[in-house]
Design a binder for this molecule. Structure first.
Ligand code: LIP
Length: 273
């Protein structure tokens, strides 16, 4: 078994174990803490899941590095992605949904080596949606291959997007302006409240585009690989190359459709991770 195979087998078991924590707690009373603003929340479960994943991986791969949403928030450390094997973790993506017991919430974890995505996993343990991808080996939902739609036309596109956590007036204005601009041009917009799940909807062909300004590396690190291994594309919302640290993402079923969306978007540039 290669080292990557061992990494994959190990993280699959840890994600399944972590999913149990989310399933057991989503309908319980929660101890909710506020982070950067009063809609940027964290719960004990977020922290427990992240600790379970980091402790489990470190036990087998002590030299591996981690970028975790909650560890980053607690230590207030600047996020740095090196060439080292690095696990990029959002322990509960869709925390607001989890707080409200809305079952669109997931664990998102990816392994990047030399700044290249090798493993991507997004698991919604409430609805039992287990999305997986390994570089060059395709993308799967519950073990079955998934593929993006073949949509290239804006007017036939279903687009995932989010208002996001940030309540910065300029960001809100741009977000709403973009929805106002896009809505007459497309089939419609949808929001699951989780960037990782939004990206997986594109990967499985249930939506044609997902874009968002203000997300973090941990929200998109796994979704990027899952979309690309499902035959889609992941780029910067202005049309250039995807930059995981830029806090900007646009993924789509096809490059022509991605570029058509990029052309109509008003851009927003958050402070980088
Ligand atoms: C969420 C993202 C979502 C964004 C939310 C929030 P979290 O991540 O997945 O795309 O719109 O504001 O950041 O905080 O639930 O892990």
């Amino acid at each position: 078994m290669s080292n990557l195979d061992e990494c994959y087998e190990t993280v699959i078991e840890l994600v399944k174990e972590s999913g149990q924590l989310i399933r057991e707690n989503i309908c319980k009373q929660k101890n909710i803490l506020i982070k950067s603003c009063d809609v940027d929340l964290v719960t004990e479960t977020d922290r427990q899941v992240e600790k379970l994943l980091i402790d489990g991986i470190s036990a087998k791969f002590p030299e591996h590095k981690f970028i975790g949403e909650e560890t980053t928030a607690e230590t207030n450390k600047k996020v740095t992605l090196t060439d080292d094997p690095t696990w990029i973790i959002d322990p509960v993506d869709g925390t607001m949904n989890f707080v409200h017991s809305l079952p669109h919430t997931c664990i998102s974890i990816a392994l990047w080596i030399d700044k290249i995505a090798e493993i991507g996993i997004v698991y919604n343990p409430v609805l039992e949606q287990f999305f997986t991808a390994r570089k060059g080996k395709g993308a799967f939902l519950n073990g079955k291959p998934i593929h993006v739609s073949q949509e290239t036309e804006l007017q036939k596109a279903l687009i995932m997007n989010e208002l996001g956590t940030c309540r910065d007036p300029e960001k809100l204005r741009i977000t709403i302006d973009n929805l106002t601009t896009l809505t007459p041009l497309i089939h419609g917009t949808r929001s699951l409240g989780s960037a990782a799940l939004n990206m997986c909807m594109v990967a499985m062909g249930g939506a044609d585009v997902n874009y968002e300004f203000g997300i973090h590396a941990w929200d998109v690190a796994a979704g990027d690989l899952i979309v690309r291994e499902a035959g889609g594309v992941c780029i910067d919302p202005a049309g250039g190359n995807f930059d995981i640290m830029s806090r900007r993402v646009l993924c789509a079923s096809t490059m022509p459709l991605a570029q058509k969306v990029a052309k109509v978007l008003t851009q927003y540039y958050p402070e980088r991770d």
